[in-house]
Write a protein that binds this ligand. Sequence first.
Ligand code: RUQ
Ligand code: CUA
Length: 652
Amino acid sequence: MRKYSFIALAALGFAALLNSCAKGEKSASSGALASNAAEKVYVKPGTHDDFYAFVSGGFSGQLSVYGLPSGRLFKVIPVFSQDPEKAYGYNEETKPMLNTSHGFIPWDDAHHPDISQTNGELDGRFVFINGNNTPRIAKIDLTTFETTEIIEIPNSAGNHSSSFVTENTEYVVAGTRFSVPVPQRDMPINEYKGNFKGALSFLSVDPEDGRMDIKFQLMMPGFDYDLSHPGRGKSHGWFFFTTYNTEEANSLLEVNASQNDKDFIAAVNWKVIEEYVNNGGGTKMPANYAHNVYDEHTHSATSTMKKEVLVVDPLKVPGAVYFLPTPKSPHGCDVDPSGEYIIGNGKLSADLTVHSFTKMLDAIEKKKFDGEAYGIPILKFEDVLAGTVNSGGLGPLHTEFDGKGNAYTTFFISSEVVKWKLETWEVVDRQPCYYSVGHLMIPGGNSRKPFGKYVMAMNKITKDRYLPTGPEVTQSAQLYDISGEKMELLLDFPTIGEPHYAAGIPADIVKKNSKKIFKLSENKHPHATLNDSEVRIERNGKEVHIYMTMIRSHFNPDNIEGVKVGDKVYFHVTNLEQDYDVPHGISMIGAQTSELLIMPGQTETFVWEPKQVGVWPFYCPDFCSALHQEMQGYVRVSPADSDIELSGTLGE
Ligand code: RUQ
Ligand code: CUA
């Protein structure tokens, strides 16, 4: 029976989508005409946007940086994927960033960026983001906008309920989507039920330098853990995770994981577990995972394999975990700025379920349980329910808050953003999205202090919204003004990859800390060439190391002889410039790595393995000065048995 109702719901949803597309077209154009939408997103040439938006790239594995309200793209920060533009993952310095227990993995699926917080407010120091595919959490430093740390998550798979930070960035949290055998082993898949486990990982973040470490993993029943958010204010100390597939099906999940009328939101009291762990609780379990750290002074990354992780059994910590029944395979799990309301969006439902933190504590205190799952107490739905939003939409996914008592929920199937009021649960506005919206973002929307001026919707499908580009068309974001009673669509702009979540922050918090150059005096790269007197070329068997400098508009040296076929040539190149925005690049014909783009004061290395005898040019690929085209040089490559001596010259 259940199966039929699910299919009916999906069909209904499809009809609703078609409907809303047709309706929406009209209201959007009249909306734009009726106001000064263009003016509201116009950022005059030479002036700055009010907000940064860090938008996940989904299957591009990267994070892009946009300005709001203009929707202008400033930078794509390489995180989990190699990037030839910046040589990330290609040069010798950053290759270790992509090391994992599965070897060098130069791709991932990046979903949920979240900005570091102090006292529940955005502090603009770091952005964290998860890699789903080969479970990893990355940290991006917002002084350099570079990825400076990646830690692999063992015992995890499809790292999706990640990476969300607690109120003082005590933890960045990573929950497994797929449950797996822990430890991994060869076993029949159909013995999933009762045997697989779901690890929820709490990564501590050092308050001084931001260094991450897996503090503990909570070993939960074998459900799918979809999304999560921290408690804040009164609920600080708790973390909430949506689950689906509490049926523990292992095949045809679209039917078999939609059997239960309610799945759970898992409420985890991390403070109690932290105390338990600090007092010696938990079990050290053998593991194998990479911890990769980029050092700004050596301009280089190191990768360390870790061999142990601390595992906590929830049943051993009284008061650590409770289940809140939540209808219809909930996806988004969002907490309002006060910390009182926990919203579970049942993606097969039309209504939103809002749980009350106060009621939850009360029910726990009175031990009003409705059974248990694998020993974890289940609270009674009615006892924790704060209210239901009868939305009239279909397929609710994610909710954000404006800090003025309103919440905004996306509906995938009916393709719209719905505005509703906290506490009265009444729907007050709705606007169509083009089309099939997933996440939405209000700057600071996952904090105690949202900046409720704009909401950005991230859409899965664009169809006819842009010029066609063959079968694959862009995905996109849409910006709405939410400063008034009614939301107003202002702008469409294309995104890179599939935008899942985004994190926004007032520009002023970040831009004052943005680094302009790397100081040469602080360059501790082991192969740096800090002035022209250190320029040299050394041979070590078949390895040749060229210690080279660059400054407007030449390389030193620019003529190199004595390299032989079969050599492995390392170019260690230092940019001696100390002015803002004067990078230089170097690219070598036939090099199998990418070019390098080197910032002022920085050193980078690439490897070239010449295969053919000849005189081969290299050049600077970044138009750095009026004489940029003159910034070039040659390497003479002689036969393997040649006895030409290594030499490098400039101006001779
Ligand atoms: S998901 S469209 Cu990967 Cu955050 Cu909800
Ligand atoms: Cu340096 Cu062009």
